[in-house]
Design a protein around this ligand. Sequence first.
Ligand SMILES: [Zn+2]
Ligand SMILES: [Zn+2]
Length: 223
Amino acid sequence: MSATGGTPLASLRRITNTRREPMVGERCEMCAASIGDEHQHVVNLESRVLMCTCRGCYLLFTAEHAELRYRAVPDRYLSFPNFAFGATEWDELQIPVGLAFLFHNSVQERIIAFYPGPAGATESELPLDAWQRNVAANPQLGHLRPDVEALLLRGPDREHPGFSAHVVPIDTCYELVGRLRSLWRGFDGGQEAHAAIDEFFANVERRSRPAPPATETSTEAAS
Ligand SMILES: [Zn+2]
Ligand SMILES: [Zn+2]
C-alpha cells in the first residue's frame, strides 16, 4: 500500500480548489465554454484525471462501450439492500479504515481501493480473488461501471452496526477525500471529519435507489 502521488490527486486538487472559489468563472476543459459551479465531469481513462465539462462535451462521452479515451461520469447512486457481506469478507479485502471506495481500472484491469485519511487518499490494489468472490456472492455488483463509478463500502462502527454498499459517481469520492483531508484531526479524523462522513452518507442514502437485478446491467444507458 502506498500514498497516491500522481494524477488522481492532481485532479482531486483541481476539484477541491474550484469548490473553494465558486465565484471564479469556470471553463469547460474541452471547449473552454463558461460553466457553472455545478457541472459534470469526464474521466481520462489513461491518466484517470477528471476534467470539468460543459453539458455538450459531457454528452459526447456517455456511450458506455465506445472505444474512447474519455468517459462521462454518470450521475447515478445505487444501494444494495440485500448486500451479502460480513466481517470475514471485510477482513479479506484488507481495508484498514471503516470506509473505502473500490473502482475498476479498465486500462490496467485492476480493482483499486481508496481510503480517505489525513494525507488525502491512500490507494491499494485489492486481492482479485477476494473481489471475485464478492461479486459471485453479490451479482448486482456487476452494475459497477469501470473507471467512472466506485463501490462505496462502509464498515461497522459504534453508531452504525453492519455493512453498507453503494455505487456512487467517482468524482463524488474524490470530493469527499479532499474535504476529509482538510478536516482531518488527530488519529481517527476527529469530530468534524466524522460529521462530514455522516453528511456524505446521508446524501448518498437520499439519492440512491435499489440496484436493479443483475441481468439488466448491460442494457442500462448512462444518465
Ligand atoms: Zn465543452
Ligand atoms: Zn469540475
